[in-house]
Design a protein around this ligand. Sequence first.
Ligand SMILES: [Zn+2]
Length: 277
Amino acid sequence: MKSRYAFFWYPRFFPTLVTVVGLLGSYMALPGRLSDSRLPSFGMAHPVKATNLVFSVPTQYQGKTVRKVDLGTPEKVIALTFDDGPWPKTTLQVLEILRKNNIKATFFWIGRNLKNYPDIGRRVVQDGHVIGNHTWHHWYFHMNPAVAAAEIENTAALIYKTTGVKTSLFRPPGGFLNNGLAAYARSQKYAIVMWSDDPGENHIGRSAPVLANNVLKAARPGEIILLHDIHPRTVQALPIIIAGLKQRGYRFVTVPQLLAMQKRAQNPKTEPPKAAN
Ligand SMILES: [Zn+2]
C-alpha cells in the first residue's frame, strides 16, 4: 500500500497537480476567445461616459517594466494604485475616499471580478480613474503563450465591453515577471507596471495605522504605491495615508501622468513649449 501511494507524497506532486488543474481550467475556459466577437457571454456593452477612456503610455515605456519614476526634479508627486478589484463594498469605499480628496488613482482589474461586478467597474471609470489589466484569473504559475494571451486578452476585451476603456497598462499578478504573462504583455506593447512601495497588506494582523505608517515612511517622489481595494484594512488606512502624504507636500497622479512627467524630465529639449493655462 505504501509504495502504491508514495507518489502523492513526492514534493513534486503538488506543483504538478496545480499545473494540470490550471491547464485543464484554461482549456475549458478557452473556446478560442482571443477576439471580441467570440465573447458572447459577456453580453451587451455599456460603455461609460468619461473624459478619457484610452490609457496609453509614452513610446519609451511600451514593452518596458516600470517600478518607479525618476523625475529629475524635487517635485513631490506619487501614484496610488489599487489591485484585484472591482470588489463589493471596499472598492466603493475607496472611491468615496478618493472623491472626497479629489484624487485620481490607477486600478488594476482582475477580469473575472469585473465580470461579477461590472457596475462597480463602471463607477470607477465614471469617477475618472485610470484602469490597467491584471489578468483574468490572477494565476501565478507558468503559462504557455496561448494561456497567457487569453488571460490578458479576455480581460482587455471585457474591460472594453463593460466600460469602453482601452488600456496599455499591465500589472503581473504577484509581480511575477517570468511566468509567460509579462512576456505576452511586452509583445503587445503594454507597459509592465510594478511598484516601488508595498506596505504589506497581505500580512495578517497588520493594522491600518501600521500599513499607513509603512507607506508614509517609504514615500519618495515618483513612487508607485501598491494597495488593494479588496481589504477593509486598506480602506481604513487610506485616509491616514492620504492625509500624511498631503502633509508632506505630495500631489497625487495616475500612472500615465507619472510616466508622462518622466518623459518630460528626460527629454526637456524635445518637448514643445508649455502653453499658458
Ligand atoms: Zn493582484
